[in-house]
Design a protein around this ligand. Structure first.
Ligand SMILES: Cc1cc2nc3c(=O)[nH]c(=O)nc-3n(C[C@H](O)[C@H](O)[C@H](O)COP(=O)(O)OP(=O)(O)OC[C@H]3O[C@@H](n4cnc5c(N)ncnc54)[C@H](O)[C@@H]3O)c2cc1C
Length: 303
């Protein structure tokens, strides 16, 4: 926990941000980010599809503060939808609500998301609205529910570390929504989230059981073998078909395990982030696993 806080605070430093944005893809971030351009992401997607892995594409950029930037982000996402259709990729789209303008005004995010949803609907593509820090959850759920009422090609994410999540998930299950379940990646106070990893793991398993038992499509997004094993035995025991769930992992994290799950016949999807604004995403991946800081430092030492 201390290492996580230290990484998040050093990484937020302005000098670090500037230096890393300039050189970071060369010194290690390229392991977690597919590149800066849509073409880079399309090529990474094709390589993964060839290995039997589905993809969700994510144009990096969050916490957008102007309407023009939010609109530009939405246009970037629309280009992804175009590429998925044109290149016949086995892929869908993940978007961050603050990237579409949620913190400017939830109506801005709603309008941008609805625009994307219309394009996606025509192409038969699913959109996942990612979940960000706890202060954005209410507004995000509100936007997602409204989008889902327009067309059910939209789902969202529920974070196991938040105390509120069982209730939120129940409401989404009543709508029959496709939900991605995760542990949660943001630094949250103990007033809203379990501070201990063991409690998050218990909560995660309960949410998986809850959503699968409700008959809803469930994306179990984790690199944790204990959670994967729990899901495998739960679906076996309850006779839940493989068409009702999938496993998801992040680009560059446990790639061998991703292929192993696909070979075992599980639908497995890789979250492929790309774009020039890759730094905050990269920092969250380092903070989750401080050992990765050594991986970056080792690359720095290379001639
Ligand atoms: C597809 C996908 C989408 C996600 N979307 C969201 C979202 O919308 N909102 C949100 O808050 N969070 C999201 N997350 C992040 C998630 O909340 C966790 O922070 C992250 O997945 C790490 O938790 P874990 O379940 O893998 O378990 P952990 O207990 O963190 O890790 C289990 C094991 O996985 C491996 N591992 C985990 N992380 C790393 C890493 N960075 N580098 C190398 N190895 C690692 C290690 O072997 C570790 O022991 C997403 C994660 C995935 C996989």
């Amino acid at each position: 926990m201390l290492a996580r806080k230290a990484i998040l605070s050093v990484a937020g430093n302005r000098f670090m941000t500037r230096a890393m944005t300039r050189h970071g893809l060369k010194i290690g971030a390229g392991r977690f980010v597919a590149g800066v351009s849509l073409q880079d992401a399309v090529e990474a997607t094709k390589r993964l599809n060839d290995q039997g892995l589905a993809v969700t594409l994510d144009l990096l950029g969050e916490g957008v503060t102007s309407r023009d930037d939010a609109r530009a982000m939405a246009e970037g996402c629309a280009e992804i939808l175009g590429a998925i259709e044109r290149e016949r990729l086995d892929a869908n789209l993940s978007v961050k609500p603050t990237q579409l303008g949620l913190t400017i005004d939830p109506e801005v995010a709603m309008a941008n998301a609805a625009h994307l949803q219309d394009i996606a609907r025509q192409a038969g593509i699913f959109i996942r609205v990612d979940m960000e820090s706890s202060d954005t959850v209410d507004a995000t759920l509100d936007v997602v529910k409204r989008l889902h009422a327009r067309e059910p090609n939209v789902g969202t994410v529920i974070q196991a570390y938040l105390y509120r999540s069982p209730k939120d998930l129940q409401e989404l299950a009543e709508l029959g929504m496709n939900v991605r379940l995760v542990k949660g990646a943001y630094l949250e106070p103990p007033s809203v989230a379990y501070p201990a990893k063991a409690d998050v793991d218990v909560a995660f398993k309960q949410l998986i059981a809850q959503h699968l038992s409700a008959g809803c499509y469930t994306a179990v997004a984790t690199h944790d073998d204990a959670i994967i094993a729990f899901t495998e035995s739960f679906v076996r025991e309850k006779g839940i078909p493989r068409s009702q769930f999938e496993f998801q992992m992040l680009y560059g994290i446990r790639p061998e395990r991703q292929r192993e799950l696909a070979r075992a016949g599980y639908r497995t999807r890789v979250y492929v982030p790309f774009g020039v604004h890759w730094y905050p995403y990269f920092v969250r991946r380092l903070a989750e696993r401080p050992a990765n800081v050594w991986f970056v430092l080792a690359n720095l030492m290379k001639p």
